[in-house]
Write a protein that binds this ligand. Structure first.
Ligand code: NAD
Ligand code: UDX
Length: 475
């Protein structure tokens, strides 16, 4: 036919959309279809108002859409036509039943496998793109095999390492691509097919191939190690506040050791996002399943440290503000879990807002990308706080389209996402409009605290020496 290869991706979310857009961009002779069961999601992908915000994504989509990149809900037709099918559906932590609160729910992956088994009339390569527990490929294989009609499916694992906010950059120039598969003649052939797709733009030596279980587990381990670094530096931020040491100086001194490295040592109000906590819990549950309680406890501690950090931040706000924030206006600058995304899944801002709501503060949120609807959806899903069980919620939280309005008359300003635009706000103007003493809590170490203190702010920042407690120690 006219195409070298036909690819379908089931799941048009944060991973499926950008990943397939980049494959389409880099491989003009491959036909790429991104499919989803959600009509709303697919409709949005077919407009210029994409369902997710990711720098550079719209340009790539505009270049490829209707050329070799298509978005569709007609999964039956696309399954039938595809040579390679990626499964890139959500695999959230289970909320009830066996393993509730830890195990990943792979229901959606299984549904995809059953859908493929039902429709396919010839052999296909099925690729796990979703992050899954080790040995999920076996479950998928068995479902496919049990429904075979005289031909064989090959199941591969190809976990995704992109980070939100830098997805296009990460996909265009990945540190590595990982492909796991059965070490059989047919399996190795399928691996080679997928390698040749990525080889259109990724150097061969950066495309790693391995067996299925190592590939599945590597993904969980990569996220666990990254999150562990954040929890490690955050634990030290608490010690810095107690001793007068400066956490930035620690990151700098420790990170310059080549064996440790500089990245992921940025202290914060806590890590968020849809992956870190979910994937560590997934790892913890796996360890427990195999009777390795000590390993499970070891990794669970990374999450416990993160919970401690989030809690410590909101408690610090209340303690600094004379032990009460009741009726006080508090401005929250940044609600997304990191800059350059509108994603609010597991965002630390949500936990701070939840805690301040309990103290009856009046909260004003400004974030350049987050919608009020998404804020409430996630607050309900993760914190169980919604309009039905919390009267007055709508009045207690105002969302503002202007940072100066959010700060106007506030008793405190909290920086909770490291958006670049927060660095260049007119803080003198903000200070003048605030109630005094004007508190500023920097949960991202984003601002110039010396300058802010000169303006008159009382600044509290994670892991930084408090000049009241440690006079003369600020640098
Ligand atoms: P998402 O929720 O943004 O998208 C998942 C999509 O799958 C949704 O649009 C949903 O409607 C669709 N879907 C669900 N069941 C389906 C079915 N049976 N058929 C077709 N479509 C279906 O999720 P995401 O953030 O893109 O994550 C997807 C997977 O990738 C997860 O396993 C996640 O752990 C992993 N991952 C995510 C990231 C990230 O940064 N978000 C990074 C690496 C890996
Ligand atoms: C992460 C992994 O980085 C990525 O490889 C994987 O595919 C998906 O999970 P993501 O969650 O999108 O990506 O963002 P990431 O940049 O890892 O940040 C996660 C959280 O940690 C954010 O809340 C971020 O603010 C926080 N963080 C990160 C810190 O607090 N300090 C750091 O030094 C780095």
């Amino acid at each position: 036919g006219e195409w070298d290869l036909k690819i379908l991706c089931m799941g048009a979310g944060y991973v499926g959309g950008p990943t397939m857009a980049v494959i389409a961009k880099q491989c003009p002779k491959i036909r790429v279809v991104v499919g989803d069961i959600s009509q709303k999601q697919i409709d949005a992908w077919n407009t210029d108002d994409l369902p997710i915000y990711e720098p550079g994504l719209l340009e790539v989509v505009q270049e490829c859409r209707h050329r070799n990149l298509f978005f569709s809900t007609d999964l039956d037709k696309e399954i039938d036509e595809a040579d390679v099918i990626f499964i890139s559906v959500n695999t959230p932590t289970k909320t009830k039943g066996i393993g509730a609160g830890a195990a990943a729910n792979i229901k959606n992956c299984e549904l995809c496998a059953r859908h493929i088994a039902k429709i396919a009339k010839q052999s296909k390569i099925v690729v796990e793109k979703s992050t899954v527990p080790v040995r999920t490929a076996e479950a998928i294989s068995r479902i496919l095999r049990a429904n075979e009609k005289g031909f064989e499916f090959q199941v591969l694992s190809n976990p995704e390492f992109l980070a939100e906010g830098t997805a296009i950059k990460d996909l265009m120039n990945p540190d590595r691509v990982l492909i796991g598969g059965p070490q059989t003649t047919e399996g190795l052939k399928a691996i080679e097919t997928l390698v040749s797709v990525y080889a259109n733009w990724v150097p061969r030596e950066q495309i790693l191939t391995t067996n299925l279980w190592s590939s599945e587990l590597s993904k969980l381990v990569a996220n666990a190690f990254l999150a562990q670094r954040v929890s490690s530096i955050n634990s030290i931020s608490a010690l810095c506040e107690a001793t007068g040491a400066d956490v930035n100086e620690i990151s700098r001194a420790v990170g310059m050791d080549d064996r440790i490295g500089k990245r992921f040592l940025q202290p914060s109000v806590g890590f968020g996002g849809s992956c870190f906590q979910k994937d560590i819990l997934n790892l913890v549950y796996l360890c427990e399943t195999y009777g390795l309680q000590a390993c499970a406890d070891y990794w669970r501690q990374v999450i416990q440290m993160n919970d401690f950090q989030k809690k410590r931040f909101s408690e610090g706000i209340v303690a600094s503000m004379f032990n009460t924030v009741t009726g006080k206006k508090i401005a929250i600058l940044g609600y997304a879990f990191k800059k350059d995304t509108g994603d609010v899944r597991e965002t630390p801002s949500m936990f701070v807002v939840r805690d301040l709501l309990q103290e009856n503060a009046k909260i004003h949120v400004y974030d350049p990308q987050v919608t009020r609807g998404d804020m409430w959806l996630e607050m309900d899903y993760t914190c169980g706080v919604n309009h039905d069980n919390t009267p007055g919620l709508d009045e207690a939280v105002t969302t503002s389209t202007d940072p100066y309005l959010a700060c106007d008359g506030a008793h405190a300003v909290c920086i909770l996402t490291e958006w670049d635009e927060f660095k260049t706000l007119d803080y003198k103007k903000i200070y003048d409009s605030m109630a005094k003493p004007a508190f500023l809590f920097d949960g991202r170490l984003l601002l110039d605290h010396k300058e802010l203190r000169k303006i008159g702010f009382e600044v509290h920042a994670i892991g930084k020496p408090d000049p009241i407690k440690f006079p003369g120690s600020t640098i």
